[in-house]
Design a protein. Sequence first.
Length: 114
Amino acid sequence: QMQLVESGGGLVQPGGSLRLSCTASRSIFNGNIMGWYRQAPGKQRELVAFSTPGGSTTYTNAVKGRFTISRDNAQNTMYLQMNSLKPEDTAVYYCNRYPSTAYWGQGTQVTVSS
């Protein structure tokens, strides 16, 4: 069974922080590179960051130094700590394997606005 459940989004002021969580089914998560993606209004979905099973991480330049991806392999759970948020970070955030599967969860809305 495929499952991806994202949570933790919300409305935050510029400069604020949020921590997103992702719970995935074992079939998606176990032993795979996992990534956080986002889709802003009117734009294509883009990869934000990914983590290997061993914990190596890669970030898109737009979030480097502000976001931190982490994972708990025992719990099939992944996190995205987002600091110094900017209005341009406003998007629906999704988690998925990298490269992604065809299955997507509902995502979690992040809105950065004063």
